[in-house]
Write a protein that binds this ligand. Structure first.
Ligand code: MIC
Ligand code: SF4
Length: 640
């Protein structure tokens, strides 16, 4: 009676009971990092004093910071290349593609576990593996051979029935799930897909669905490993990696959702949240200024071939700018060989490199008040680089049809053949560098690489002022924005902290310096979105000591703990209303104990109760002033 998630977790469980809500520890087989989170992860890994990585396979990708306006990004690439060579990590060079796409093509294996310092790591769930996003420090620990700690999630069964109609794609399935569950509906859950509808979905299509499970806040999403998986692996020259995996026929799930694919219409997620989903026909006719196709959600060979088939022989609307970024070098070469790249260029597409590009605000910001249709996964406020722009998330077919029409419309009435999986994928691993693992390798640190900031152990009491009060669903893009101006400072916490909260409260940084840090007060689902630990490290650097929120997104809560910032939860959500900016709040940290509520006093003359929900291990991390301190303390004890 086991679900597939339970089977894979049971095979990797090192400690704890696989019962929803209980703390468990699992063995991690594979890790991935990308350049925007990787530099910190490897600095932390180096600080752990290991001779080499202890995983079956660890890959370091360069895909985010590839606009090289100055020395910073190139410095990071050089550090990443040399540190990978030294410690046994495969290095995927810039140009080889977006981490999740390349990982799917070349490394994902059914039945394995993967931990990645990027929130879309669950993309690999398409291959029947448990793939989880985490902060860089957790990934560094996994590379050092430590197990990954998590709370056993609930398992939700999403049953797909019937075939998708023409012009409706995998993206529409996940947008439908988002409309049903919302951006916080997946917190503490694994989504396991079953049903006859999945037989029609190829591994790349499944990866679109798993990818955007991150937008639900889910721990991960998962498909069985079946004949479609065998086909994909065989065509990638990796038939030997295939094993069949599925849930038991009588598996018991905590929740069941059924989606009738045949009844689905093309959908669009409206600004500024991936769950503000409407049917395309409801917004049909909306004038479009930009169309951006690509990202780890929709940049597979078949996705882009579908776009090429819709655009073939046509010219995009004169008032639309169409940009395309490719998932990988494999995708780009295959499109080039079959002539589809020419169809895209002929139609007027502006061809970008195989990286994240506009998805993370690295160029191609839309015009003021512009409407940008994107096949990406996030449309958070400001992420595109233009605060006044509205970003709408759609499928590649809808994006292509709209690029021609100049207004939002679906591809349902366009006559084109949906691409099948190719007979074979083009295998070319020349941009993956095998590490030497030689201790004599010189690790090169340009001036952009600054050390991980130090943090003192938890103080006996926290008595400080409220530095910011924010509402519900605050994303890590609000806390620590990305984009071409800020992303290059990911290896320099002092510098990047200047931009903390800059898009919604430009005074935040200076206020923290003026008052010596303090508290953050927040609403529901605090820290949703990315895995960037910079959204915890920058506040930590600015001496934020604790956050009180109504609830948290999983990865951000863990990153706060790893950074030594106490994540507290209002026992009565109404208390949120009573607290104002600059109130002085006091907490006796000596009272932090497992399962015990805490009392906070507000100098205005009232007190209220908060919970911390921390496990014994998490409390140990907080007391040490963060996970790295705890590891160093333990190492010192063993050496002594
Ligand atoms: C994102 O899509 O927000 C990112 C950039 O890939 C992040 C990681 C980061 O901030 O570096 C993610 O999703 O975790
Ligand atoms: Fe890159 Fe965008 Fe995917 Fe993040 S969501 S990994 S920025 S393509």
């Amino acid at each position: 009676m086991k679900t597939l998630a339970e089977k894979i977790l049971a095979a990797h469980c090192i400690a704890g009971e696989l019962k929803a809500g209980m703390p468990i520890e699992i063995k991690i087989d594979q890790t991935l990092t990308q350049d925007a989170t990787g530099t910190m992860a490897y600095l932390q890994f180096e600080a752990m004093g290991c001779e080499r990585v202890k995983t079956e396979c660890s890959v370091s990708y360069v895909d985010h910071n590839t606009l090289q306006n100055d020395f910073e990004n190139a410095d990071d690439h050089q550090y990443l290349r040399t540190v990978a060579d030294r410690y046994g990590i495969l290095f995927s060079r810039p140009g080889n593609g977006i981490c999740h796409q390349v990982q799917l093509e070349r490394f994902d294996k059914p039945g394995k576990t993967l931990l990645g310092s990027d929130s879309h790591t669950p993309t690999a769930g398409a291959m029947g593996m448990i793939a989880i996003g985490a902060g860089g420090l957790d990934v560094a620990c996994a590379m050092a051979g430590m197990p990954f700690s998590l709370t056993m999630p609930k398992i939700v069964n999403v049953r797909l029935i019937h075939r998708l109609p023409h012009g409706v794609g995998a993206k529409d399935i996940i947008l439908k799930v988002l409309s049903l569950m919302s951006v916080k509906g997946g917190v503490g859950k694994i989504l396991e897909y079953t049903g006859e509808g999945l037989l029609d979905l190829s591994v790349p299509e499944r990866s679109t669905i798993c990818n955007m499970g991150a937008e639900l806040g889910a721990t991960t999403s998962l498909f069985p490993s079946d004949e479609n998986t065998r086909e994909f692996l065989t065509k990638q020259g990796r038939a030997a990696d295939f094993i069949e995996l599925k849930p038991d026929a009588d598996a018991v799930y905590d929740e069941v959702i059924e989606i009738d694919c045949a009844a689905l219409k093309p959908l669009v997620a409206c600004p500024h949240s991936p769950d503000l989903v409407k049917p395309v026909e409801e917004l049909a006719g909306l004038k479009v200024d930009q169309v951006a196709i690509g990202s780890c959600t929709n940049s597979s060979f078949t996705d882009l071939l579908e776009v090429a088939r819709i655009l073939k022989g046509k010219t995009i609307h004169p008032e639309v700018s169409l940009v395309i970024s490719f998932g990988s070098k494999q995708v780009l070469r295959m499109l080039s060989r079959c002539g589809a790249l020419d169809d895209l260029i002929a139609a007027g597409a502006r061809v970008l490199e195989a990286t994240c590009g506009p998805c993370i605000g690295m160029g191609q910001s839309p015009q003021s008040n512009g409407v940008s249709l994107r096949t990406f996964n996030r449309n958070f406020y400001g992420r595109s680089g233009t605060l006044s722009a509205g970003i709408y998330l759609v499928s590649p077919a809808t994006a292509a049809a709209s690029a021609i029409a100049g207004v939002l419309c679906s591809a349902e009435t366009i006559d084109y053949a949906k691409p099948e999986m190719p007979d074979a994928y083009l295998i070319d691993d020349t941009m993956l560098i095998q590490p030497s693992c030689d201790p004599a390798v010189e690790i090169k640190r340009g001036p952009n690489i600054k050390p991980y900031p130090a943090k003192a152990p938890l103080a006996e009491t926290i008595e400080a002022q409220v530095m910011i009060k924010v509402g519900d669903n605050i994303t890590t893009d609000h806390i620590m924005p990305a984009g071409a101006k800020i992303l290059p400072y990911r290896s320099n916490i002092e510098k990047i902290s200047e931009f903390c909260y800059s898009q919604i409260d430009p005074q935040f940084h200076d206020r923290c310096l003026q008052y010596g840090g303090g508290w953050i007060i927040a609403g529901e689902n605090y820290g949703q979105g990315s895995s960037r630990e910079h959204a915890a490290l920058a506040p930590m650097y600015l001496k934020i000591q604790a956050v009180i929120a109504k609830s948290y997104a999983r990865i951000h809560r863990q990153n706060l703990i790893n950074a030594g910032i106490v994540p507290l939860v209002f026992e009565r959500p109404d208390d949120y209303e009573r607290i104002a900016m600059l109130d002085t709040l006091a907490l006796d940290c000596g009272k932090l104990a497992e399962g015990q509520p805490l009392t906070i006093t507000d100098a205005k003359g009232f007190s209220f109760t908060v919970q911390h929900h921390c496990t014994a291990r998490e409390l140990e991390i907080l007391r040490a002033g963060g996970l790295l301190n705890l590891i160093k303390n333990k190492n010192q004890k063993t050496e002594a």
